[in-house]
Design a protein around this ligand. Sequence first.
Ligand SMILES: Nc1ncnc2c1ncn2[C@@H]1O[C@H](COP(=O)(O)OP(=O)(O)OP(=O)(O)O)[C@@H](O)[C@H]1O
Length: 229
Amino acid sequence: MSLRKTPLPRLLLNNVACMRNAQQILRNLNVSIHDGGALVLMGTNGSGKSTCLRMLAGFNRPSAGKVLWNGHDITDSGVFHQYKLQLNWLSLKDAIKENLTVRHNVEWFELLESKEGRSVPALELMGLGKLINDKARMLSMGQRKRLQLARVLAMDRPIWLLDEPSVALDDEGVKLLEYIIAEHRKRGGIVIVATHLPIEMEDAMIVRLPPRFPRRMTFIDMLGRPDIS
Ligand SMILES: Nc1ncnc2c1ncn2[C@@H]1O[C@H](COP(=O)(O)OP(=O)(O)OP(=O)(O)O)[C@@H](O)[C@H]1O
């Protein structure tokens, strides 16, 4: 019998737990992701989706277990230095500079990567081609999200960590998001999405985090409270 050695997963969460503010938010998380793979973190408000993404980005350390990249613990400083260069982080805080143009808001990030020439095509792909010379403060919420996604495309890093990427996008925007995720994965990229909205990602692993704050009251209970007059 020949035993073929399986390649190491690019990312491995090995029995990971995470605390925030002395509270256990995540526990016993086991996930392995190979190149081209995807993970969707689903769960109710406060269940720990963003916490998990933050931990993968290195902002929070696991309180137990390990996050391994190419088999190395990302909390080792030498490893983290390399690992963080693989990450493309999209969060609800959009870090858009209001007084810069739409184009410069993307080019600035591209410049930090020592890359050039991707900003305008990325903005065009995201449907913002006609707005590239406008100030970013003119953008609607959905257009701001499209600008953030254009940045992700322009920076072109292998591991995408996307926190609620479809919030504020219209139907066409969601389809575009699904399309760029699929194309990135075809090129071997990894995509991890935290969301409570439906998103189509072929063969993605789905982790449903248990609710941490179940509702304990109905509307009628609330109106019946003696302290409400
Ligand atoms: N900066 C912080 N310090 C301490 N605790 C925090 C902090 N941010 C979030 N938490 C707590 O961590 C828990 C998980 O929050 P998290 O943002 O990961 O949830 P989420 O699943 O992303 O929620 P949502 O769907 O509302 O975005 C919550 O109970 C929250 O109060």
